[in-house]
Design a protein around this ligand. Structure first.
Ligand code: S3P
Length: 448
């Protein structure tokens, strides 16, 4: 198991490029694999999660080739044209890969078995299996609809109108991908707006999708069985990855960090709203792109003597920053006052029980933290936290990176065990952070 120690750093300065957006990378590969002809993708995240999607699509008959750094060429099979795999699809740690591919397979007349690592095998798949069953798929899974599972896709899929019980972009996307090979119109109603990368990607490939506001959320309608052909796709940097060096610059005095080419889709920028409310100095320069996905350059500077202030984060912001709570909680430890983050029930079913992992990890580093119902409470202080302590990453890349950032600004170093999980979304994280002046160092594993 890989172990990293993160210790007090001098100021962080310079430019850091973050890898391609994980969510958009999965979608770029999957939609390209369903298009006829070639799609060329650049900026693709070459992390383990996305590589698991690439391998699964190959096993399903698409041609998926790496042509250069972040550059990939996909020759798709056409909608409904994937072939039955002769091997189990292993999606590793990736909930997005598992749920989106389950959606695709739900309306292909073939049988496939999916599994994943110890973390993925505990994550709920019923939220996708249930609407797929309504469309005609047969999904048999372990007790509680857990992986491994076997799906036999519907031969004659029926369109549905489905109101999501949870605000989940993965579930929405799974249904939209299933709807691609379903005749007629399928509608997904989301209670709150979640990331809309699938809608943008599908529309870019020429799929007829309409979106209407509905209460606080939206109704998304897709007309099935179009013919789509290959397109070029550029993937912007991942704002969820940019969050780590960005917050690090806010915590280490004297820092100023530039992060170019970051995706700025408004369904992903909740963290920046929080940081602005906390008094952080984050400059955003939007860039014109030919893509549907907005992007821009970020410059983050330490706030100086004024410091950060505690905030109350409303529950309805959660879908716009669901992956950023670990790093926001770390920032809150340095803010004057008590920060409360509401409506975080979904964090219990991420790569780990993130709600517990954040509170336990903060306490191990000497920061006051508690969970009350679905609310996370962090006691900020003007004094820097004591640090020390060991954090088990427990197959959770974002827990690993958040606590490595915390270590940079504590009195004593923080040790994170199981840091190999960072390779799922941010390969080369420690080296890139050290390039800015961080002190993140590998430790020999005495048990190895
Ligand atoms: C994702 C959606 C979110 C997020 C995950 C990626 C996606 O999950 O946490 O990292 O790419 O659609 P949920 O849809 O389960 O909230």
């Amino acid at each position: 198991m890989a172990i990293l120690d993160s210790g007090s750093a001098g100021c962080l300065s310079g430019t850091i490029r973050v890898p391609g957006d994980k969510s958009i990378s999965h979608r770029a590969l999957i939609v390209s694999a369903l298009a006829v002809g070639e799609s060329r993708i650049d900026g693709l995240l070459e992390g383990e999660d996305v590589l698991a999607t690439a391998a699964a699509l190959r096993a399903l008959g698409a041609s998926v080739e790496r042509t250069g750094r972040g550059e990939w060429s996909v020759h798709g099979t056409g909608i409904g044209g994937l072939a039955e795999p002769d091997t189990v699809l292993d999606l590793g740690n990736s909930g997005t890969a598992a749920r989106l591919l389950l959606g695709v397979l739900g309306t292909h007349p073939l049988t496939a078995t999916m599994t994943g690592d110890a973390s993925l095998r505990t994550r709920p798949m019923g939220r996708v299996a249930e609407p797929l069953r309504a469309m005609g798929a047969v999904v048999s899974a372990r007790e509680g609809d857990l992986l491994p599972l076997t799906v036999t896709g519907a031969r004659d899929p029926v369109p549905i109108e489905y109101a999501l019980p949870v605000a989940s972009a993965q579930v929405k996307s799974a249904i939209l991908l299933a709807a691609l090979n379903t005749p007629g119109e399928t509608t997904v109603i989301e209670p709150r707006r979640t990331r809309d990368h699938s809608e943008l990607m599908l529309r870019r490939f020429g799929v007829d999708i309409s979106v209407a506001d509905k209460g606080g959320g939206r109704a998304i309608t897709l007309r099935g069985q179009p013919e789509i052909s290959g397109r070029p796709v550029s993937v912007p940097g991942d704002p969820s990855s940019a969050a780590f060096p960005g917050v690090a610059a806010l915590l280490v005095p004297g820092s100023r960090v530039h992060i170019p080419g970051v995706g700025l889709n408004p369904t992903r920028t909740g963290l920046f709203d929080c940081l602005a409310e906390m008094g952080a100095a984050v400059a955003v320069e939007s860039a014109e792109t030919a893509e549907a996905e907005p992007a821009g350059d970020l410059t983050v500077s330490h706030p100086g003597k004024a410091g950060l202030r505690a905030i109350d984060v409303p529950a309805d912001r959660a879908p716009r920053m669901i992956d950023e709570y670990p790093i926001l909680a770390v920032a809150a430890a340095f803010a004057h006052g008590t920060t409360r983050m509401h409506g975080l029930g979904e964090l219990r079913v991420k790569e780990s029980d993130r709600l517990a992992a954040i509170a336990d990890g903060l306490r191990a580093a000497g920061v006051g933290a508690a969970v009350e119902g679905d609310t996370l409470i962090v006691e900020g202080s003007e004094r820097r936290p004591a640090g020390g302590g060991t954090i088990e990453a427990a197959h959770d890349h974002r827990i690993a990176m958040a606590f490595l950032v915390l270590g940079l600004a504590c009195e004593r170093p923080i040790r994170v065990v199981g840091t190999e999980t960072i390779g799922t979304s941010f390969p080369g994280f420690a080296e890139a952070m050290n390039g800015l002046g961080a002190a993140i160092a590998p430790v020999e594993d005495a048990d190895a």
